[in-house]
Design a protein around this ligand. Sequence first.
Ligand code: ZN
Length: 246
Amino acid sequence: MLKFFQQFPEITALMSERTDGSMRYFEDGSEPQNVENRKVFFRKNGIESELVIVPDIVHGNHVITIDAESKRFQEKTDALVTSDKGIYLSVTVADCLPILFYDPIRGNIGIAHMGWRGALSGVVTETMSALIKLGSDARNVSVAIGPCIQKCHFEILKENAPLYKEYAEFVYYERAGSTQAVSGQGGKVYVDLPKIASKQLEQAGIPSENINASDVCTFCEKEKWFSYRRDKPEKVQAMVAVIGMR
Ligand SMILES: [Zn+2]
């Protein structure tokens, strides 16, 4: 189990590991073992699973503001924010980025799931806008980005490289067996998603020193993390990241 925001003792912010089992929630009730895994993991960490909000993961940029009246399962969203204490926000990830937000001044938290579609549609920027609506000043917000697929393994199709034109500095073209930022060359093409997220967070006004991005690659560390790209399971196996204020 991995902890985030340890500088803030009033915050519980965690991510499960492969050994905790798959945490992907299926609303149709399939994969009951995952429901049990979630219960065990949350209980072990002092979280009531009934208090954990579960977003449907759809690779979009929609954000929902949660309060005590909100349903536990939130459809068609990849990001959640709240100003309520005692509510836990979660996302599941298996290569995509878990991005956790905390504003200690206004007491707001947020969480977002970001893959390449979310990177291009700005889910991070939308989450920051939702926090601003809750009264946050971006300068006070701290962000943690958890383990995810890194540029060593996030290969894209060459013809898709133009999609990332706003982030050309984070697109790497393989040459002579190494990945180098040399545009227009042949070979494989890789993208650095955490760098894109960090750039978007900074553009939203969050100071770079408040952004803490893990350099751990879920694809590289097979023993420790599920990786959708590496394992290609029939049903997604995923870690859960969760954040709540006490
Ligand atoms: Zn890797």
